[in-house]
Design a binder for this molecule. Structure first.
Ligand code: BGC
Ligand code: BGC
Length: 794
């Protein structure tokens, strides 16, 4: 990001801005200064900073929760855009608005300060975890699980370079990537952010991404043009939690845990990573954000890390004895930057008070500030006071999703496909007429997964509107068929007029991120693909299953039925890479980075034992050896419809939130007078705030759902109902619950219990209807068998 021009105040003025940043006149040209000079320079700056400005360096709020005036007043050392925020309140804001926002905040951060206090530019961090995917039009690379199958560090380095350039286009300084988690239990919702269950595969790929993002050590343009600051995350143990529960507990002998979960860090540190993010998880009962032994003694002492440690999203608030606004423990343990998306003001004030009263010794504060300044200095931020739009690549919008970057992504897609079975249907014959089936085939949103435009990603993201320039898997197959003198027809439900030579069935997991993707078992319950494979088998049409997923899953039924099976992972925006391997244009070289389970109830596998396919498995097109018939029993899948209708911020598969005029995917969005928004109850967006326009209704339903169980609903009423509100269960008469909701108004979370005592039917639909304006928050909805005679309560 560093500019090679020394931007003067005049040049910045010419760029059309009214505010003039502090001139860099007194700043020595320290770009290549030896360490001792660096230290002296930093010490000088810190010595001249006020307590308030020092503490502000430690505070990282999210955009939308502070204004440019706040930035001018407080001078936050950094800020982030959360996965659900874009500049000026628009997640889908055009790239030019991202850049405009970067300039606005930067310029506010560098206005001269009274008394000659040094001015320290702010920096902006983002989650460009598979390309700069918060921004419409960016290249979307395969998620890490796919890159772990490709195992090509050079390619990962190129991905890092391309991503850095796209980040620079929008004026952003810092990327919260690579994730070097070693996922050891595929039930974890972040498995796809992990390259592999094997740290030896993770380490070189993480290091390569760091080099791509930041540039290589010793090279003149390191952290300069075409490069941004990288972050290895989440230190450490994120992939080792019990039962794969996100943000959970890791237990075991500390050296043994380090050997797996801390193993990738030395490689990224050697590669020069400037930032490391602390993990949400605890190790042997102690949350990492408060663990001095690991954050300081191990990370800085043993591993020799000299960059900055950034916290994760309110991760400090989870430390015993802490809240989001009060946590000296984290700083004392070795954290430098608190990621405090919304509660920044309270935290800022308590930290200042705690330095004043001696809870936090001044040298501890100064050390943290020095580490932050050192990274800024290395990134050139302290040398040239150049606003983001005046830096290299900024505003070069043609670089966002450029053909060169898309070509790298397409290569990565092709190299990440893993062939698990092939009876000879692949490669697709020249001139073949193929049918492409499955609702995922033409869905770029599904191929991209979580962390795509929104935090969770989602099927509501539309190809044309949200993914300009991208190629769906269907489009790639269509183009390839045409180029090879054959034809391709898209038929989502698999119907056809003329019998095709082969059918490609594209199906898989719907997008998710973080804990919303946690699962209790690895059985894949969505039967759309299975149904299509059964249908084609009955009709004698050879099939190729293309499975999109964020983890290996129990696929025995599909593996038995399909003539060929490809684990495609989450390939992203360049679906043509899938066609490249199915046609044989590119050899299939992908190898599993995770062991593939033979049994659906498996949690951890991590060894060839019990694996249907071990790490390293992947066929070439020539390998047509038959696959034995696999056992099709999966007890957890036979347990009937899900009872957890809405927990952990996620609607169970098969539970729909409908209003008369549209679908609220995962209980979010707007339809028929209902607006449902993410709300933090005990974790990020694990609850929903639902606003009703007069006459609007919220209906939740589960096809084939249980008719006997009652409902336990955790809710809060934020706006007292102004007119009658009813709740109808199944085909029962609507209950007037206005009075009960009025009583609940303004109080905190409470439970509503619905049993046979107040409705004649307990069918699988719940309809809240409001005649007037009204707002309700929903925390969880669970079906439950209540003892006979249990009363309803609100
Ligand atoms: C995630 C991090 C991410 C951060 C900022 C957290 O919830 O765990 O990986 O960088 O939020 O979005
Ligand atoms: C994510 C953010 C996201 C937020 C939602 C975090 O865990 O990392 O990027 O926007 O949750 O509140």
């Amino acid at each position: 990001m560093r500019t090679f021009l020394l931007a003067t105040a005049a040049a910045i003025g010419l760029a059309g801005c009214t505010t003039v940043p502090a001139p860099a006149a007194s700043a020595p040209p320290a770009q290549t200064a030896p360490v001792a000079d660096e230290d002296a320079r930093i010490a000088d700056l810190v010595a001249r900073m006020s307590l308030e400005r020092k503490v502000a360096q430690l505070i990282q709020p999210q955009i939308g929760s502070f204004t440019a005036a706040d930035m001018r007043r407080y001078r936050f050392g950094s800020y982030l855009n959360g996965g659900n925020r874009g500049p000026y309140g628009d997640e889908f804001a055009p790239a030019s608005q991202w850049l405009r926002h970067a300039d606005e905040m930067y310029l506010a951060s560098v206005e001269p300060l009274a008394g000659g206090e040094p001015v320290i530019p702010t920096m902006w961090g983002t989650d460009a975890v598979h390309g700069h995917t918060n921004v419409v039009g960016a290249t979307i690379f395969p998620h890490n699980i796919g890159l772990g199958a490709a195992r090509d560090p050079d390619l990962v380095r190129q991905i890092g370079e391309a991503t850095a350039v796209e980040i620079e286009v929008t004026g952003i300084d810092w990327n919260f990537s690579p994730t070097v988690a070693v996922a050891r239990d595929d039930r974890w919702g972040r498995t796809y952010e992990s390259y592999s269950e094997d740290p030896a595969i993770v380490a070189p790929l993480g290091a390569a991404l760091v080099e791509g993002l930041q540039g290589r050590k010793g090279e003149a343009d390191r952290l300069g043009a075409g490069h941004v600051i990288a972050t290895a995350k989440h230190f450490f143990g994120d992939g080792g939690t019990e039962q794969g529960v996100d943000q959970g507990e890791v237990t075991g002998d500390i050296e043994a845990l380090k050997a797996i979960h801390a193993a990738p860090y030395p490689a990224t540190i050697d590669a020069g990573v400037e930032a490391i993010m602390a993990s949400f998880n605890s190790i042997n009962g102690v949350k990492m954000h408060g663990n001095k032994m690991l954050l300081t003694d191990v990370l800085r002492g043993e591993l020799g890390f000299d960059g900055l440690v950034v916290g994760d999203w309110n991760g400090h608030g989870q430390v015993a004895g802490c809240t989001n606004t009060d946590c000296p423990q984290s700083l004392l343990a070795g954290l430098d930057i608190y990621m405090v998306p919304d509660d920044w003001k309270g935290l800022y004030e308590t930290l200042i008070a705690q330095v004043r009263d001696g809870t936090i010794p001044v040298p501890v504060l100064d050390e943290a500030v020095s580490r932050i300044l050192r990274v800024k200095m290395r990134a050139g931020l302290l040398d040239e006071f150049a606003q983001p739009s005046a830096r290299p690549n900024a505003g070069e919008y043609h670089l966002l999703g450029s053909p060169e970057h898309r070509a790298i992504a397409r290569e990565a897609v092709a190299k990440s496909q893993v062939l698990l079975k092939n009876d000879g249907v692949l490669p697709l014959a020249e001139g073949a007429d193929i049918l492409v089936a499955g609702s995922a085939a033409d869905s770029i949103a599904q191929a991209a997964g979580g962390w795509t435009l929104t935090w969770q990603g989602g099927l509501e993201l539309a190809n044309a509107e949200h993914f300009p320039g991208a190629t769906s898997i269907w489009q790639g197959l269509k183009d390839a068929a045409a180029a090879r003198g054959g034809s391709a027809t898209l038929s989502v439900d698999g119907t056809y007029a003329a019998k095709p030579d082969a059918a490609i069935v594209v199906f898989g997991e719907e997008p998710y991120a973080e804990f919303a993707g946690d699962r209790k078992h690895l059985g894949f319950s969505d039967e759309e693909g299975l149904g299509l494979l059964r249908k084609f088998a009955a009709e004698g049409v050879p099939t190729v299953a293309v499975f999109l997923s964020g983890r290996p899953m129990w696929m025995n039924r599909e593996l038995n039925l399909a003539d060929a099976f490809v684990a495609s992972w989450l390939p992203g925006s360049e679906g043509a890479g899938v066609a490249d391997v199915l046609t044989g244009a590119v050899p299939v070289t992908g190898k599993l980075g995770f062991s593939w389970p033979e049994r659906c109830d498996y949690g951890p596998l991590n060894s060839p034992e019990g694996a249907l396919f071990p790490v390293g498995y992947g066929r070439s097109l020539a390998d047509t050896a038959p696959l034995r018939k696999l056992d099709e029993n999966c007890a957890p899948l036979e347990q009937g419809p899900a009872l957890d209708w809405y927990v952990n911020g996620r609607l169970a598969d098969g539970v729909l939130a409908n209003t008369a005029s549209g679908k609220l995917d995962n209980l979010r969005g707007e339809a028929g007078g209902i607006t449902a928004m993410g709300l933090d109850r005990s974790a990020q967006e694990d609850a929903r705030s639902v606003t009703f326009a007069p006459g609007a209704a919220l209906e939740l339903s589960q096809g084939g759902g249980n008719s006997g169980y009652g409902y336990r609903i955790l809710y809060a009423v934020t706006d007292r109902p102004e007119a009658p509100v009813t709740l109808a269960v199944g085909s029962g008469e609507p209950l007037d619950i206005t009075q009960q909701l009025a009583v609940a108004a303004g109080k905190s979370w409470r439970e509503m219990i619905i049993t046979g005592a107040c409705t004649t039917d307990l069918g699988p639909t719940l309809t809240f209807a409001s005649q007037g304006a009204f707002a309700l928050s929903i925390g969880t909805i669970v079906r439950e068998e209540f003892a006979d005679g249990t009363d309803c309560s609100f």
